[in-house]
Design a protein around this ligand. Sequence first.
Ligand code: KIV
Length: 301
Amino acid sequence: MSAQSQKRRLNVRDLAAMKGDRPIVSLTAYSAPMARTLDTDVDMILVGDSLGMVVYGMDTTVGVTPDMMVAHGAAVVRATEHACVIVDLPFGSYQESPQAAFRAAARVMAETGCSGVKLEGGVEMAKTVRFLTERGVPVLGHIGLMPQSVNAAGGFRVQGKTDDGARRIRADASAIADSGAFAIVIENTVEALARSLTEELKVPTIGIGASLACDGQILVTEDIVGLGGDFTPRFAKRYAELGEELRKAVGQYAEDVRARRFPAAEHCFSPPTKGSIAKPRLAAVSSKAIVAPGAKERRGA
Ligand code: KIV
């Protein structure tokens, strides 16, 4: 079944059932317009806490709050009808105890309408993942490089290169899968390890910098369309240069305004009268257009 022919929204069981059948296509979105754009082509949209860095300009994801995740998660759910929407639990909202994790997850699910939550961690989070999944909270695991632990890990490094590291990630993967996670994100991990985890685990693996061997792929959308700034992670392929396009469009707008070429007659509410050019024309906008309830009317459509 193609993504487009699916009538109802995909759920976590649909994603889990894709293992061994077809690759899971996933991307991040933090806003309604981006989510609407992705919706028909992807199976899963993650409202990742990467929004702290991508949207809010933070250096890490550590400062992201539950309020941010709820606001962006709700916007993404409202704008979509096909993709399964998963929202990240931010740092500090779930590590303290399974009960704290449940409260954080319940709030995110109730206030956004998302289909599940993602949390970072391996063996040490297994009890929490079980607590959540046994209480009706679908959990997407996240192992390998875990950005919320960047301060303890000393940076964003490729994981699983040493025997010890690989052993740890293997233990993390099976602990999270055994605790009921419906799928597991594997980040920045060597291919051989991602391949063997994908073969061994019953749940799908979703890779980000973890090779073609995974059951699915996820990337930060801004990284693949040229909106992520100058730095593109090695594992992200650039499919478009929207940043360039945006700069061009803004430059043209600025030139038009400065040259008094914009707004033209077709952007105004009444034909320009002699001598009206460059004068404020607020009087031409009817009061109805300002106070009418429809968003389109308010925006002058
Ligand atoms: O926060 C995020 O966006 C993520 C992924 C890209 C996996 O965790």
